[in-house]
Design a protein around this ligand. Structure first.
Ligand code: GDD
Ligand code: MN
Length: 360
């Protein structure tokens, strides 16, 4: 008999769970299956709802994460609870029809591929209810992905695919826990020998609840691409931190201009105000982008912001001291400044990673 572990990340999907489980049981009569739900303590009590539903079904489990957030991280967490050799990852919102599960398994065995994707755009795939802007962004990102990966896939951003458990576990340490596009991450940043097949998926309307697609997904995509183009030499969190830093610098300059040039406030005060705004924006963006899996909320957000401020002020001091020391040694000003800023960014980043958004 065929076996399959179905790994489903959930966030606020309480209204979809029962139908989903019913449909899966209905479609998998000839297969020995299990479902592992990974829920991030959803406010709508998805995990409690699952627990109530599965009392008589030992082949369904729910893992509840209290401290972490994020789709990719949830999938990685769930991996080790899967007991079968092959894993299918899918959405809980019924956009991914379980009827495709036997098809994925069949194709996986036939092609002996590393991964088979259920694609929204493959041959007859229809994309019901797809906003036109989302469609354009989707098409464009797929094009870019194919250029960078030298592949010809129709849907590397899909959230519905089959993969071998051992392979996935081995690779998981290298994957981003903060992102959304775990499939794209696997294909682009996994071994070059990966082979990928696709089947066609009738993509459906989300049943209930809300899509979590937003700019963060785009950010995740850009990071996966940048990380791969830089040959994985620069850690991806650091990359994200630097990108956020650049945005912070831009905000700083814009606000400095507004306060100093437009509102005619004196330079020092303008500079201080702009600095605080830039730090606030940096902190907020790092909280939702760079360190999303350790996302701080409520009181922890406030404590985080305060410690971030204190540590980053020390970063300014480091940058200043190094730049000064180097220019005293007659370094060219640009080089001295760059080395100073680079050292400070390493300091700020390490402190953020290990203290503000504790990485353990
Ligand atoms: N545990 C956990 N934590 N689950 C999450 C989180 C989270 O922070 N965010 C989303 N999920 C779950 C949702 O509950 C759903 O089951 C699945 O992950 C996908 O989230 P959706 O909100 O339904 O995403 P989407 O439909 O907008 O995006 C789909 O298309 C993308 C491709 O453009 C999904 O299939 C994505 O996986 C896919 O990358
Ligand atoms: Mn969805």
């Amino acid at each position: 008999m065929k076996t399959i572990s179905i790994l489903i990340p959930t966030y606020n999907e309480a209204l979809n769970i029962k139908i989903l489980i019913d449909r899966i049981s209905h479609c998998l009569k000839k297969i020995d299956w299990e479902i592992i739900f990974v829920d991030d303590n959803s406010p709508d009590k998805t995990s409690e709802k699952i627990e109530n539903l599965i009392k008589t079904q030992p082949n369904i489990k729910v893992i509840k994460r209290l401290k972490e957030r994020g789709l990719a991280g949830a999938v990685i967490t769930g991996l080790k609870y899967c007991k079968f050799e092959n894993i299918i990852v899918m959405d809980a919102d019924l956009q991914h029809d379980p009827i495709n599960i036997p098809k994925l398994i069949k194709k996986f065995e036939k092609d002996e591929a590393t991964i088979v994707i259920a694609s929204r755009y493959f041959q007859s795939s229809t994309t019901e209810d797809f906003h036109f802007l989302r469609k354009i962004v989707s098409k464009l990102t797929i094009k870019i992905f194919n250029i960078v990966s030298y592949k010809k896939l129709t849907d590397p951003m899909s959230g519905f695919f089959i993969i071998k458990k051992d392979f996935f576990i081995d690779l998981s340490k290298q994957l981003s826990r903060d992102g959304y596009k775990i499939l794209a991450d696997i294909i682009l940043n996994g071994p070059k020998t990966i082979t990928v097949s696709e089947i066609s998926l009738g993509f459906k309307k989300r049943n209930a609840g809300q899509s979590k697609m937003n700019l963060r997904v785009l950010w995740d995509f850009l990071l996966i691409i940048a990380y791969s183009l830089l040959k994985k030499y620069i850690p991806r969190k650091y990359l994200s931190y630097i990108f956020v830093g650049c945005l912070g610098l831009l905000t700083h300059l814009i606000f400095l201009y507004v306060f100093y040039k437009l509102l005619l406030i004196n330079f020092l005060l303008s500079h201080i105000l702009a600095t605080f705004i830039a730090i606030l924006i940096n902190f907020t963006l790092n909280n939702v982008l760079t360190f999303y899996s350790k996302n701080l909320t409520g009181f922890r957000w406030l404590i985080g912001l305060l410690s971030y401020n204190i540590f980053c002020s020390y970063g300014i001091f480091i940058s200043y001291s190094i730049t000064k020391a180097l220019s005293d040694l007659n370094f060219y000003w640009f080089l001295a400044g760059t080395i100073g800023a680079f050292t400070a960014s390493l300091w700020n980043f390490s402190i953020s990673k290990f203290f503000v958004w504790k990485d353990n």
